[in-house]
Design a protein around this ligand. Structure first.
Ligand code: GRF
Length: 220
């Protein structure tokens, strides 16, 4: 008799907006050999299009409206309760525009990934494309990192670069960065689900060795 296959790692995606990264992850995880399953999508905005994308893919959703919470702690407690109900192996922040409390982050240490539209450690925070143009940078990109207590400051797993052209605008950069995001996030999530990447005390381990620098994809 054949043994039952091992259960797939359970993924919960948290999003706040249009959910194009969520869509890329839904499509990737639908591939027959993908080693993980999106079991729920959570959102802090009731009208976010990400919820619609999840519903179209028959993925259960939950909403915790941050405007209804009295404090950041109260919001995070509600989110934590919902996540415990789903008991995910990994939480994927995909355009989730909430700063999480340190207690929350610690509770999911090593099991929470985030995507950020810059080549971290450069340009943490908001308006990255505009700031890259103002600085005259020639290279820009996206980073995927483990979430730690420091905002956009956790160890970086992988990055993808784009060249900045003279005629670029924040919008054109956003578009090209997003194309890279949609390629990179499924790759990194696959690595995580295969057990190839881990958060270590001193950085990111890949296949058991400390990464000297983030893994790189490049469009050039
Ligand atoms: C992405 O650009 C991501 O880097 C940032 O928020 C955006 C989310 O876009 N954190 P979407 O909702 O996935 O379309």
């Amino acid at each position: 008799m054949k043994a039952d296959p091992a259960p797939l790692p359970k993924i919960v995606v948290l999003a706040s907006g249009s959910g194009t990264n969520l869509q890329a992850l839904i499509e990737a995880t639908r591939e027959r050999d993908f080693p993980g399953e999106i079991i729920a999508v959570g959102c802090n905005r009731p009208g976010a299009f990400a919820l619609e994308r999840a519903a179209q893919a028959n993925i259960p959703t939950f909403v915790i409206d941050h405007t209804k919470s009295d404090s950041r702690e109260a919001f995070d407690a509600s989110l934590m309760a919902e996540l415990h109900r789903h008991n995910p192996d990994v939480i994927v922040l995909a355009g989730f525009m909430r700063i999480l409390t340190p207690d929350f982050v610690r509770a999911f240490r090593g099991r929470m990934l985030n995507i950020h539209p810059s080549l971290l450690p450069a340009y943490t925070g908001l308006n990255t494309h505009k700031r890259v143009l103002e600085a005259g940078d020639k290279v820009h990109g996206v980073s995927i990192h483990f979430v730690t207590e420091e905002l956009d400051g956790g160890p970086v797993i992988a990055q993808s670069e784009i060249r900045v052209n003279d005629d670029d605008t924040p919008e054109s950069l956003a578009e090209r960065v997003q194309q890279q995001e949609h390629l990179l996030y499924p790759i990194v999530l696959r690595w995580f689900c295969e057990g190839r990447i881990q958060l270590a005390a001193d950085g990111v381990q890949f296949d058991g060795s400390l990464l000297p620098s983030p893994m790189r994809l490049s469009d050039s």
